[in-house]
Design a protein around this ligand. Structure first.
Ligand code: DC
Length: 219
């Protein structure tokens, strides 16, 4: 599942809970690396420093009190990774080959031997090209920005609609045009446009798709 504000975070969480799948947010891993670089003042061009940082980094996704938490070197950074400095830099960081190589390994390792529901821009094309079910979840940039602002308000993060819309559009552009593992629909992914759908409708639709797939596998 793909675009920011497409509802993928909320939806994967709910589908995961209904169907007993472990929810993995791969964007959070890119955000954690970005935050680590910002903390150490490392630029995207400083390859050696990034290599060193990646050698020693620890990123954990843990569920605590029914909340998905992100830990960077043992510190809970779940809120920090959603703030503006990270939003503005994360797409740039995600174009870097060394970062993608490291996180690809980490993402595959986290999912190893488990039944997972994984969200991110290159899951169906690169991370798990043989996934059992692939969904490409879409929505207009305006609707996605509207949802992001609401979500940020709930988390106590202050943002304006204009600022978020601008960020959504810029990130789409960078994410879809990058050379390695760009954001695109896998050929065999099922396309869902959630612009005019409620969260519940999308969740039900996806659960149905997965359940049908499970049934087919049994038969
Ligand atoms: O889903 P998100 O907005 O939290 O993702 C943050 C950024 O991470 C996004 O702009 C691009 C990058 N990303 C990626 O390149 N590949 C993924 N599988 C997930 C995220």
């Amino acid at each position: 599942m793909d675009l920011p504000g497409s509802g993928k975070g909320t939806i994967t969480k709910q589908v995961g809970e209904k169907l007993g799948l472990i929810n993995i947010d791969t964007g959070a891993t890119f955000r954690a690396v970005t935050l680590a670089m910002l903390k150490q003042n490392i630029k995207a061009t400083e390859t050696e420093k990034i290599e060193e940082l990646l050698e020693n980094i620890s990123i954990e996704l843990r569920k605590e009190e029914n909340e998905q938490k992100v830990f960077l070197n043992g510190e809970d950074v779940s809120l920090q990774i959603r703030e503006k400095p990270v939003n503005d830099f994360v797409s740039k960081v995600s174009t870097l080959k060394i970062v993608r190589d490291k996180l690809l390994k980490l993402q595959r390792k986290i999912a190893e031997g488990k039944n997972v529901i994984m969200e991110g821009r290159d899951i169906g094309t690169t991370v798990f090209p043989n996934a059992n079910v692939k969904i490409y979840l879409d929505a207009t940039p305006e609707e996605r920005a509207r949802r992001r602002v609401l979500q940020n308000n709930e988390k106590g993060i202050k943002t304006t609609y204009e600022e978020v819309l601008e960020n959504v559009k810029t990130r789409d552009k960078i994410d879809s045009s990058r050379e390695i593992a760009p954001l695109k629909k896998a050929e065999d992914a099922i396309y869902i446009d959630s612009t005019n759908m409620s969260i519940l409708e999308v969740v039900e639709k996806i659960c149905k798709i997965i359940e049908e797939h499970r049934k087919e596998e049994k038969d």
